[in-house]
Design a binder for this molecule. Structure first.
Ligand code: DLL
Length: 437
């Protein structure tokens, strides 16, 4: 793999500013953001008033903890535009969640917001080793989802040649990579695996492709998966994080030279980690739920938004801004099986160690005889695998899960192609347990 470390002279000065400078900017912007939300969004006025706090009570960054949280349901309750802080006519762009579970959540951006979003995504793409003039194959979905258009914005901002291919039509993805010779690819890690399969189906060696870096996010993925993808494509694999409520992709980004967690672009997004049970902030280095406050957003300011993503904050390394550890789970995706907490990434990690199995998997939960059961459906790496070796691989996986997580699970090894493929975010859990018990 080539060294893709960006030259220091190409970074935004704030990326390598002193902590004092960063904190001074954060305080100034946080005061503005709280005031902007309070003055222009009735929801924030009511929630601050109910908590007995006022934007003038913020004198230091730590005072933020006096302010109330915002949660996903607050967005749903104010559907569609109730949390906007500018007249609708000044909103240049809307994005929304799919709304598969209830009302969708809608977010908006002014022209300035789009400019800031473009700048943080550009920073992220540069941190991945891309330079003006490089070509980017953008396979995140375009549409209401922020992935495709958010990356596109940053790609334009940085001056890349953007290929807006979006997700799906996998044979064409492989063909275009061969024909256009992009240097980077932006895609969910699970869809990258589908693309990898398609390389094999077309008899094309992915290690010989032009790709030098993959920028993966929008869903959890493990360091074990990183190694697998880096080896399969002979390219760097780096992590990009974000969420629509806070902006979209480009809230934080891993640097290609360090690959040690994601630098949060703290001049726009202020992070906190809280204990998810008590809501109390915890110190840097301790694990908990990630909470964000936007510092510059005009159309959709968001104050102390509970992301439900679990991670911890670490000091800066390649940049001065603090890092967040790779997100390995969301509180929503946590499976409690006979009293043991499990995240799908723990299954992924164990699966990566069983070489006879492909990296695709799905978890099915059921409740036969009133006992929760977890079945992992995975598939053989090789179509010619015998029944005996399948049984052995299944045993190996369940033993690894028992050893690392401490629960007994059932494993079924399907034929090649037996696990549903993702074209965006993978559906990892199918919950067939009876509801409401
Ligand atoms: O997934 C934004 C995005 C697009 C990020 C493309 C990166 C690349 P949402 O659809 O609102 O936005 O989903 C946000 O996805 O709260 C996390 O649970 C999860 N997520 C996003 N990035 C990562 C990541 C986009 N790198 C939700 N690692 C977040 C783990 C991630 N989980």
């Amino acid at each position: 793999m080539k060294d893709l470390t960006p030259a220091k002279s190409t970074l935004d000065p704030i990326e390598i500013a002193s902590r004092d400078e960063i904190q001074a900017l954060q305080l100034e912007r946080m005061k503005w953001s709280l005031r902007h939300a309070y003055d222009n969004v009735p929801f924030y006025k009511n929630s601050f008033d109910a908590a007995g706090v006022h934007p003038d009570d913020l004198h230091a960054l730590a005072d933020l903890s006096k302010f109330p949280f915002t949660v996903k349901n607050d967005l749903r309750d104010n559907y569609p535009f109730g949390l906007f802080a500018v007249p609708r006519e000044q909103v240049a762009r809307l994005h929304a969640s799919s709304g598969t579970t209830g009302k969708p959540t809608v977010v908006g951006y002014t022209k300035n917001d789009l400019d800031n979003w473009g700048s943080v995504v550009a920073r992220s793409l540069r941190a991945a080793g891309l330079c003006p003039g490089d070509m980017l194959h953008n396979a995140y979905g375009y549409g209401l989802f922020t992935g495709g258009m958010g990356i596109h914005l940053g790609s334009d901002y940085l001056g890349l040649t953007t290929v807006p291919v979006s997700g799906g039509m996998t044979p064409r993805q492989v063909r275009l990579i061969g024909d256009f010779q992009p240097k980077g690819i932006t895609v969910t890690p699970s869809y990258a695996l589908s693309i990898l399969d398609e390389f094999a189906a077309q008899g094309v060696d992915p290690r010989k492709s032009s790709l030098e870096v993959g920028i993966f996010g929008a869903e959890p993925w493990t360091n074990a998966m990183r190694l697998e993808i880096e080896d399969a494509f002979d390219m760097h694999a780096v992590d990009i994080y974000g969420l629509s409520e806070v902006m979209g992709p480009g809230v934080s980004m891993e640097c290609v030279e360090s690959k040690d967690g994601l630098h949060i672009w703290e001049d726009h997004f202020y992070p906190e980690i809280i204990n998810p049970e008590t809501g109390e902030p915890v110190a840097d280095g301790e694990r908990g739920e990630l909470v964000f406050t936007s510092l510059t957003k005009e159309a959709f300011p968001i104050i102390r938004y509970r992301t439900r993503d679990l991670t911890r904050l670490l000091a800066g390394t390649a940049r001065s801004m603090r890092r967040m550890e790779k997100v390995t789970g969301r509180t929503d995706d946590m499976i409690i099986l006979r009293g043991v907490n499990i995240f799908p990434t723990q299954i992924e990690e164990a699966l990566m160690e069983v070489k006879a199995l492909a990296p695709h998997f799905q978890i099915e939960l059921s409740r036969p005889d009133r006992m929760d059961q977890m079945r992992v459906i995975c598939e053989c790496a090789d179509a010619a695998m015998t029944d005996e070796s399948r049984t052995a691989a299944a045993r190996q996986l369940s033993a690894k899960v028992k050893q690392t997580v401490g629960v007994s699970i059932k494993v079924d090894v399907a034929d090649v192609g037996g696990v549903p493929r993702s074209e965006g975010k993978a559906v990892r859990i199918v919950d067939n347990r009876p509801k409401g018990q």
